[in-house]
Each structure stands twice: as structure tokens, then as C-alpha cells.
Write a protein that binds this ligand. Structure first.
Ligand code: UT7
Length: 323
């Protein structure tokens, strides 16, 4: 059977670093509160004029170089983002033009913090259906542009960045020893809109709006939903928690990472955590964490990797792959 195999990955963080101490000068907060409630120490944010597509392009170049393939081999670009440069066209179209890709298709996927898992499911399904052979999947965000910088309950949590992978059609026997994406499991519950949303948009206010969140409610659902998605991926592949080499979660809050690990009996040392230095970068957080653990040698060829995320919508999901 056809398997979608990740043949390269890359990441990019904007140069400007905003520490908790910097934030404490802008709103009534403290390094101690942010660290103990979230695990975040600092985050990167875009500079003046820097756009989501600029971050996405850097990550795309890094992933293509790692994959050692030419742009002419790509037949699809999918970009997961909730902070596009413009309402339309998509960031993916912008990247297509800037890479000099003149064939195939490009579009964005919008599932907020679960965007990369949703994008991976889309890319995997295109490949397994035989419609695409080589796909560039990007998660890129400028969350700092959506924040209300006077709202201490949200502005301390988020950061900007981008990560990307190149997927290529390969052969597998159909079992869980195959290299590539073994399964993806997506979920959503649109009734939970009010817990996490942006209070603007083209057809409502004709403005971009600001991110609004009832953090406690999001937290309450996060551990339960993420655990359910992990269990769905494991049982579909007839695997157990102990079989997984690396868990690469969406990086929202160290306490959510710890709570999920505790609930499912995942050893702390198998969880890739970058939240301390990236904050919550929404759709970019999973590929940023993945690229970090690949670059530092933790994730090696043949390892079983479980990606998981949850975000606005609510949306959540998991993806199981053999690296
Ligand atoms: O990617 C998915 C999207 N987001 C998430 O996954 C976020 C999920 N939620 C969370 O991570 C946590 O709920 C937060 C980190 C957002 C908040 O932590 P919490 O332990 O749930 O705190 P809280 O909302 O119950 O607030 C406790 C107190 C409140 O003061 P009072 O009412 O007890 O006097 C807040 O006003 O902390 C106050 N507070 C702050 N204090 C200092 C809220 N934000 C801050 C702040 N600095 N930045």
C-alpha cells in the first residue's frame, strides 16, 4: 500500500525574542506567574512588516533542503495557518509563487492549534489516494498579530514561528512496521466556540479581531480530548503507549503536557517539550517541536512518533508515524 513518508523537515523562528520580564513591563504579570502556570519563559515574535508567509517560506526552504528535492518535484503545498497575510489568497499560494513552483495546487487549512495535524491528514489522504506524490506541508503563524496586548490572560501565552515537512509517496506492507504515516485521527466539536475564538472577521466585523479565550475551560477539555485522540491512534494501529518512542504534542502549556502524560502513563522523558522557548505557536508548534527533536538527534529513523494537538473550534487530533 502507499504510505506518506516524511523525507525532510525544517523550522524557522523570527529573530525578536520576548521574555516574561519584557511582558511584565507591558501588563500586570510576572515571570513567576507565567512560568508556574504555563512553563513558558520566552517566545519569538515577528518584527515590523514581517508576515506569516515570510516565516513559512524560511521553514519551507529548510524542509526542502533537508529532503534534498527540487521544487519541481512538488505537486501540492498545504499550509496550516490561522493568521494568513491576507484573507485571500492563501499563504500556500504565496509560498508556491515565491518557491517558483508553477504546477500542482496550493491551499491553506484552518484548524487553529490542530492545524498541522489536520494538514497532515489532508496531505496523507491526497498521497494515499494517488492524487499527489510529493507534498510540502507547513504550519506557520504570527499569533502576536491576533493578540490583545492589554489582556494579560492571553498575551503571555502565544508566540510566532513556522515548521514544515516534505511528504513523499512510498511503499508499505500495510502494518505498523511501515515507514511513514500509519494513521491520523481528527475530531471537532463546534459547540465549544465561545471558549476560544477571534472576535472579528471579514463577514462579521470587517476587522481582524483579537483572540479571546476562557483558559480554564480550554484546559479542562484539553487533557481529556488529547488523551482520547492518542488512544484512537494507538488502538487503530494495535499499539500501546509503551511502543511509542516520542510524543510530540502541541505546545500550549507544560501543565497540559504533564497532565496528558500522567493520565496515559507516558514517561516524561518521551515527551518533546519546547513550550518554554516557543510559547504557543498554534499550527506551527507541532512541526517546530518535531524539527527540534529531529535536529538534536532524539528522533531517529525507525522511531514511532505520535503527534497530537487541540485548539479552537474545538478541534483536536493525533497522528501516528514511523520516522
Ligand atoms: O492551544 C490551545 C489554546 N490554549 C490553551 O491550551 C490554554 C489552556 N489554558 C491554560 O493554559 C490556563 O488556563 C491558563 C494558563 C490560560 C491560565 O491558568 P489558570 O491556572 O487556569 O489560571 P486562571 O485563569 O484560573 O487565573 C488565576 C488568576 C486569576 O486571578 P484571580 O481571579 O484568581 O484573582 C487571573 O486573573 O491568575 C490571574 N491571571 C494572571 N495573573 C498574572 C491571569 N493571567 C495572568 C497573568 N499574570 N498573565
Amino acid at each position: 500500500m502507499i504510505r506518506s513518508q516524511i523525507i525532510g523537515c525544517g523550522a524557522y523562528l523570527p529573530k525578536t525574542v520576548l521574555t516574561n520580564h519584557d511582558l511584565a513591563k507591558r501588563v500586570d504579570t510576572s515571570d513567576e506567574w507565567i512560568r508556574t502556570r504555563t512553563g513558558i519563559q520566552e517566545r519569538h515574535i515577528v518584527g515590523p512588516g514581517e508576515k506569516t508567509s515570510d516565516l513559512a517560506l524560511e521553514a519551507a526552504h529548510a524542509a526542502l533542503a533537508d529532503a534534498r528535492i527540487a521544487v519541481s518535484e512538488l505537486d501540492l503545498i498545504v499550509c496550516a495557518t490561522t493568521t494568513p497575510d491576507e484573507t485571500f489568497p492563501s499563504v500556500a499560494s504565496n509560498i508556491q509563487a515565491r518557491l517558483g513552483m508553477t504546477r500542482g495546487a496550493a491551499f491553506d487549512v484552518q484548524a487553529v492549534c490542530s492545524g498541522f495535524i489536520y494538514g497532515l491528514a489532508v496531505a496523507d489522504n491526497f498521497i494515499r489516494a494517488g492524487q499527489s506524490k510529493t507534498v510540502l506541508l507547513i504550519g506557520a503563524e504570527s499569533m502576536s498579530r491576533l493578540l490583545d496586548w492589554n489582556d494579560r490572560t492571553t498575551c503571555v501565552l502565544f508566540g510566532d514561528g513556522a515548521g514544515a515537512v516534505v511528504l513523499k509517496a512510498g511503499e508499505g506492507a500495510g502494518g505498523n512496521a511501515d515507514v511513514g504515516v500509519l494513521n491520523t485521527n481528527l475530531f471537532s466539536d463546534g459547540r465549544l466556540h465561545d471558549y476560544l475564538y477571534v472576535d472579528g472577521g471579514p463577514s462579521s466585523t470587517q476587522t481582524t479581531g483579537h483572540l479571546r479565550m476562557q483558559g480554564k475551560e480550554v484546559f479542562r477539555h484539553a487533557v481529556t480530548n488529547i488523551s482520547a485522540a492518542i488512544e484512537a491512534s494507538l488502538s487503530a494501529a494495535k499499539l500501546e503507549v509503551a511502543d511509542i518512542d516520542w510524543f510530540v504534542p502541541h505546545q500550549a502549556n507544560q501543565r497540559i503536557l504533564d497532565g496528558t502524560a500522567r493520565k496515559l502513563g507516558i514517561p516524561h522523558e518521551k515527551v518533546v517539550s519546547t513550550v518554554a522557548f516557543h510559547g504557543n505557536t498554534s499550527a506551527a508548534s507541532v512541526p517546530l517541536a518535531l524539527a527540534t527533536a529531529v535536529a538534536d538527534g532524539r528522533i531517529k529513523r525507525g522511531d514511532l512518533v505520535l503527534l497530537k494537538a487541540m485548539g479552537g473550534g474545538f478541534t483536536w487530533g493525533a497522528a501516528l508515524l514511523r520516522w
